[in-house]
Structure formats: C-alpha cells, structure tokens
Ligand binder design. Structure first.
Ligand SMILES: NC(=O)c1ccc[n+]([C@@H]2O[C@H](COP(=O)([O-])OP(=O)(O)OC[C@H]3O[C@@H](n4cnc5c(N)ncnc54)[C@H](OP(=O)(O)O)[C@@H]3O)[C@@H](O)[C@H]2O)c1
Length: 313
C-alpha cells in the first residue's frame, strides 16, 4: 500500500477490542433528501466506510435507502460499514431511548449499528418535540433524568448485543471525565467539533489515555466564516504539497489520531476529501504552532441546540 492509501485506510482501535473504526467518515446532515441519498451513495462508491447519522437529521429513512441500495448493488457488504447513529435530547429517558433506538434501526434498514451515541448531554422533556422552547424562546430541559441514568440505558443495549459500542457527543471534558469515572461500560467514541481552529488538544489527550476515539465534526469548519480553508498557513502548506486546503485539514485530523466527519453534496469534493496524503512532520508542527486562532462554529455544547444552520444546498 502507498503511504496515501495507508492514511486513507486508517482504522482506529476501539477500547472494547472488538472492532476498529475507520478514521475517514461521512456525515449525513444534508437536509435535501435527494441530495442526501446521492451524497451517501457517492461516498460509499468513493470508499468511505464510516457514516454518521442522527434521528435529529430526520433523514434516516433516505440514508437507509442509500445504504440498502448500495448493499444490493454490491458496492459493499454491511459488515464493511461502520455505522453511527445518535439519540436526540427528547429521548433520554430509558423507555423512550429504547424506542428511539429501535426506530432508528428500522429507518436505517439495519439490524445493528456499530456505534450509538448520546447526541448531546442535555435532556429535553419526554415529548415528540425535538426543540422545545419556553415563552422567551429558550430551550426547555428535563430535570427528571440525569446523563448517568441515560448512560445506564445505553449500557443495557451493549449488554444485549444490540450495538457495538456506545459514546457521547457535544460533551465538555469535565462532564466526560465524570461519565468515564462512573460508567460500567466506558464510552468508546466522543463526537465533538474539532478542526485546526478548534484542536481540543486536552480532550484528545484524555481520549487517548482512555482509548476513546475522538470523532471530529465540522472538520472543514462547516464552510463558515472565518473560513478555515482560506487560512494562509493551511493554504501555503497545501500549495507546497500540491494538495487542497481541505485535504491538508483532513490529513492533519487523521495524523494526530482522530477520526473525522465531513459532508458534501458535491461529488468532486466527496472524492477530494477521501484522497488525502500524509503531511510531513514540519507541516504538522507548523499547524500546531502557527494556527493560534480558536473558533467554535457550533454552540451546541452550551445548550444542546445545534448552533449552526446548514447553508442552502
Ligand atoms: N454532533 C453534533 O452535534 C454535530 C454537529 C454538526 C455536524 N455533525 C456531523 O458532522 C458532519 C460533518 O459536519 P459539517 O457539515 O460541519 O462538515 P464540514 O465538512 O466541516 O462542512 C461541510 C461544508 O463544507 C463544504 N465542503 C465540503 N468539502 C469541501 C471541500 N473539499 N472544499 C470546500 N468546501 C467543502 C460543504 O459544501 P458542499 O456540500 O456544498 O460541497 C459544506 O458546506 C455532519 O454531516 C454531521 O454528521 C455533528
């Protein structure tokens, strides 16, 4: 295998020892159903094997169609896919969690998922309203359930063999430490915003100590201002190596030991984001030392409410 192929095929060990997680991932936060389906099918053909889904995205059915058509067309087999699903905030109570999990499997047309994550640590009231708001337009929380209780319901899914591994998302380091300290089954994956403008080194170090995979979302900065892909340091490294700024940011993500998620509805970009090559050590050092700016694009870790609205596609 060439060094580029090796990087593209990187699989990160999970702390259960059972399976490895492909580092390169594709996210399904694509509101337009036809574009979502086409993007997932294209990504599977290009070679992505890690896919992120969520009940919140309200497109599991369309993703499920894309997956099952791809299995039928012989693009890949189910066991070659690492499929992640996520539980939304209004389903944190154990009886609702169980139903939400079964419903996601049904919509995705699979009988197991490789990973099931709690989408955010914030519980919303146990109703079908995904974004409950009070009269001041502020999120309403459910104080009748703790994250620890929800975690125990997640552990039960593992006990029953319904899911490979479990994890958390949009969580801060202090809260993650509390869950790791008290959990019977430790989290295997933590999905958070991370990119060269928000490297989360301390979180990454903690994750590595505990064998937790850091799965970075918005790995390209979600195409928002300030535009990560226009950063002069990244642009200069890309020009030197004959790669694109996106390929530099994504190679950086894998080389520092994270898995990543990108999303695109553009076939050429879907291919570009998979076609990464190793960065020389000096480029990795330059990115660590010269990109001092910290930008958080998504405020979801503060409220549980997604903080950026996808641009029109
Ligand atoms: N846990 C959470 O709370 C959470 C929050 C947000 C996202 N996520 C997950 O993470 C996934 C990825 O997040 P994201 O959408 O923010 O990822 P992203 O890859 O940082 O941003 C996607 C945007 O970048 C553009 N883009 C993609 N490749 C490009 C390239 N090579 N050059 C220039 N622009 C490019 C896309 O445009 P086009 O589509 O127009 O090509 C799209 O507008 C989501 O789909 C979702 O699964 C999780």
């Amino acid at each position: 295998m060439s060094p580029s192929e090796e990087l593209q095929q990187t699989r990160i060990p999970l702390n259960t020892g059972a399976e490895m997680m492909p580092a390169i991932g594709f996210g399904t936060l694509i509101p337009d159903p036809a574009k979502a389906k086409q993007a997932v099918k294209t990504a599977l053909k290009v070679g992505y094997r890690q896919f992120d889904t969520a009940e919140l995205y309200r497109n599991e059915t369309i993703v499920g169609e894309a997956l099952s058509e791809s299995f039928d067309e012989g693009v890949l087999r189910r066991e070659e896919l690492f499929l992640v699903a996520k539980l939304w905030n209004n389903n944190h109570r154990p009886e609702r969690l169980r139903r939400a999990f079964e419903a996601s499997l049904q919509r995705l047309r699979v009988d197991y998922v490789d990973a099931y994550l709690i989408h955010t640590p914030f519980a919303f009231p146990p109703t079908d309203e995904q974004h409950p708001k009070d009269e001041n337009n502020q999120p309403v929380y459910d104080d009748g359930i703790t994250l620890e209780e929800t975690w125990r319901a997640m552990e039960a899914l593992v006990d029953e063999g319904r899911v490979g591994v479990i994890g958390l998302s949009d969580i801060k380091l202090d809260r993650l430490k509390q869950i790791v300290a008290t959990a019977r089954i430790k989290p295997s994956i933590v999905q958070i915003e991370a990119h060269p403008y928000l490297p989360e080194w301390e979180m990454l170090e903690f994750c590595k100590e505990h064998g937790i995979v850091l799965q970075a979302f918005a790995a390209l900065g979600h195409a928002m201002e300030p535009r990560l892909l226009d950063d002069p340091v990244i642009v200069a490294i890309a020009a030197r190596l004959g790669k694109t700024p996106a390929q530099v940011a994504l190679a950086w993500a894998v080389q520092r030991g994270t898995a990543f998620l990108t999303t695109s509805v553009t076939p050429q970009r879907i291919a570009e984001n998979f076609d990464i090559s190793p960065l020389p050590t000096e480029a990795m050092t330059e990115m660590r030392e010269r990109l001092a700016r910290i930008v958080r694009y998504n405020q979801v870790v503060e409220t549980g409410v997604p903080g950026f609205v996808p641009p029109p596609r």
